[in-house]
Design a protein around this ligand. Structure first.
Ligand code: MG
Length: 294
């Protein structure tokens, strides 16, 4: 099932996509928001929603303004650094890496950091270029995992049962801030630095262990890899984070980006106002955002 949040007369509403008719069927009365929907999820609820999607009079998708499918509230977004070998190598070569170098050299410890929840924007929203703060604005295409069943000390073997679904995330980064401040939080968390969407795809729809991840800038392919190449796979990430932090329904885990980011080119190819960045995860969705002055 493909769930969306969208603007319905000025308020956020939850809908189910009918992929055949390409329409959005409103299910807000069932859900009271995406977060509540995830918390209340059950086979019965899923069945009612899919019936609604099949039978409902939907609004054509091109007539609705989609919002980010999840609203993380005050909870930060968990992120993973250097989780594809070629990206780890390009990043360490780039001169923007202030972090420990061992991650790409077989460390058993994934690099875990967070982005501010306030950085989330929706499909087609403008990414502010923050030109007064950064001259090294970069993109990172990523598969994002959305937690369904929360918990602590989740074993790798049980991890998939805790996944609600997937969406697409662009981990926009100010490389100079990332380097200068050493901790990555600031350079990853400026307003508008987390495009998310367009929909939240439930776990039963895709096998996330093998999905193509791509990014384009102004139509030029920059990143192309597969989640099969993740150094630390999804169960390992869930087990690692939940070892000491209780995961909650609706938590988002960005799984890392492949090689081909702007900082990886020589000379670097950073984003400018007027560019359009498109990130895509196979069978999950395609997310486009323009870069705007601001
Ligand atoms: Mg990233």
């Amino acid at each position: 099932m493909r769930l969306v949040r969208y603007d319905r007369g000025g308020t956020a509403s939850v809908g189910v996509l009918d992929p055949q008719a390409n329409t959005v069927v409103d299910v807000e009365p069932e859900s009271a928001g995406m977060d509540a929907l995830i918390r209340a999820w059950s086979p019965d609820l899923a069945e009612r929603l899919s019936q609604a999607a099949r039978g409902g009079a939907g609004t054509p998708l091109d007539q609705v303004r989609l919002l980010a499918p999840c609203q993380p509230g005050s909870r930060e977004i968990f992120c993973v650094g250097k989780n594809y070998l070629e990206h780890a190598a390009e990043f360490e070569r780039s001169g923007y890496d202030s972090g420990p170098a061992q991650a790409s050299a077989g460390s058993p410890y994934p690099v875990i950091f967070t982005k501010a929840a306030s950085s989330v924007i929706g499909p087609n929203d403008g990414i502010p270029n923050h030109a007064d703060l950064t001259s090294a604005l970069d993109y990172e295409a990523e598969l994002a995992v959305v937690v369904g069943l929360g918990g602590r000390l989740i074993a790798k073997a049980d991890a998939w049962e805790h996944v609600f679904g997937y969406t697409v995330l662009n981990d926009v980064t100010a490389r100079d801030l990332q380097r200068n401040h050493q901790q990555w939080f600031l350079g990853k968390s400026l307003d508008g630095f987390c495009p998310l969407g367009p929909c939240l795809v439930t776990r039963d729809e895709v096998d996330a262990s093998q999905l193509a991840v791509r990014a384009w800038v102004n139509g030029e392919l920059r990143q192309s890899a597969n989640t099969a190449d993740l150094i630390f796979d999804i169960p390992t990430l869930i087990a690692t984070i939940s070892a000491g932090i209780t995961l909650e329904p609706g938590d988002i885990i960005a799984t890392g980006t492949p090689s081909g980011v702007g900082a990886g080119f020589d000379p670097p190819r950073f984003l400018r106002a007027g560019d359009v960045v498109t990130v895509e995860v196979e069978r999950v969705g395609r997310l486009s955002n323009p870069v705007v002055a601001g």
